[in-house]
Design a protein around this ligand. Structure first.
Ligand SMILES: [Zn+2]
Length: 285
């Protein structure tokens, strides 16, 4: 089961979040037939975005994140909402790369070291909030750390990891994220950052001691709030009909005349919705 554990530590000065996203990454692998490095790149992004989605004010608020670097893996897109229903895809899901010299998956090589991290948060009727920062390494954790520092001005430290087993199954994925509360002292912040720096094997820790074990081992914390994120696409035939309606009847009939039917492919879950001439007539009647 996916988990997001949240607690305040160091006299309430630091907010710590520990995520187990192993099932979420396995869902993504199944849907998109991801290579190991693509699974790590998308999995790390899904994990960081799950943390970010928690920060939305209301359950109906939405998050839209893209990571676009100059690597061959292409753009990563992740969406989510305040209910922690997450989904995502990567441009080149089957691209694989050799392991790095330290034996880790080469996420930085897959994504590329130069590019942008873009965030859009839609909250109620107000104009959406948008933020953006340059990629630091393409390794995702450092890129989100930089995003929070530059775009949201919240001191944050992020550790993320995805471990892929021999049969292309994720055996451990998750993250540890610490964030300074507005009144946090320099000392508390430094202590939290030092702890994050020692966590170089998040995925292995998730696999062996679990999210609760990480809370206890690194933050001596046994009391926390517990949330359950999931990989969930919210597309539907009704929503797709609405998109076609907004295209207009002429546009739709042109496609029917040329192709015989309209096929709409959801990039997040690979469901294909097919509409024939009768369906199109129904939409516009
Ligand atoms: Zn879908």
């Amino acid at each position: 089961m996916n988990k997001l554990l949240k607690a305040l530590v160091f006299d309430g000065q630091i907010s710590v979040s520990v995520l187990d996203t192993t099932d979420m990454v396995n869902d993504a692998i199944k849907i998109h037939s991801l290579s190991p490095v693509a699974a790590a790149a998308l999995g790390r992004t899904l994990t960081a975005c799950t943390f970010m989605a928690y920060g939305l004010k209301n359950k109906g608020d939405k998050l839209f994140v893209t990571v676009k670097g100059n690597g061959k893996g292409g753009k990563i897109t992740v969406c989510g909402n305040g209910e922690l229903q997450m989904r995502g895809y990567v441009e080149n899901p089957s691209l694989d790369l050799p392991l790095r010299s330290d034996g880790k998956l080469d996420v930085g090589g897959f994504i590329g070291k130069t590019g942008k991290l873009n965030v859009t948060k839609s909250m109620g009727l107000k104009e959406p909030y948008t933020g953006s920062s340059n990629l630091v390494s393409g390794e995702i954790a450092e890129d989100f750390t930089a995003y929070y520092a530059l775009s949201e001005q919240i001191p944050t430290a992020v550790a993320l990891g995805v471990r892929i087993g021999k049969d292309l199954k994720c055996i451990g994925a998750g993250g540890v994220i610490v964030q300074a509360m507005p009144f946090a002292s320099e000392k508390a912040l430094k202590k939290a950052e030092e702890i994050i720096l020692t966590i170089t094997n998040v995925s292995e820790l998730v696999e062996t001691i679990g999210a609760e074990g990480i809370m206890d081992k690194y933050f001596s914390c046994t009391k926390f709030e517990n949330f359950t994120p999931q990989y969930k696409c919210l597309c539907s035939r009704e929503n797709t009909e609405r998109i076609l309606a907004s295209l207009g009847k002429k546009e739709c009939m042109d496609i029917i005349n040329e192709e015989g039917e309209i096929k709409v492919d959801c990039e997040f879950c690979n469901t294909v919705y097919t509409f024939d001439i009768n369906d199109v007539n129904k939409i516009f009647n």
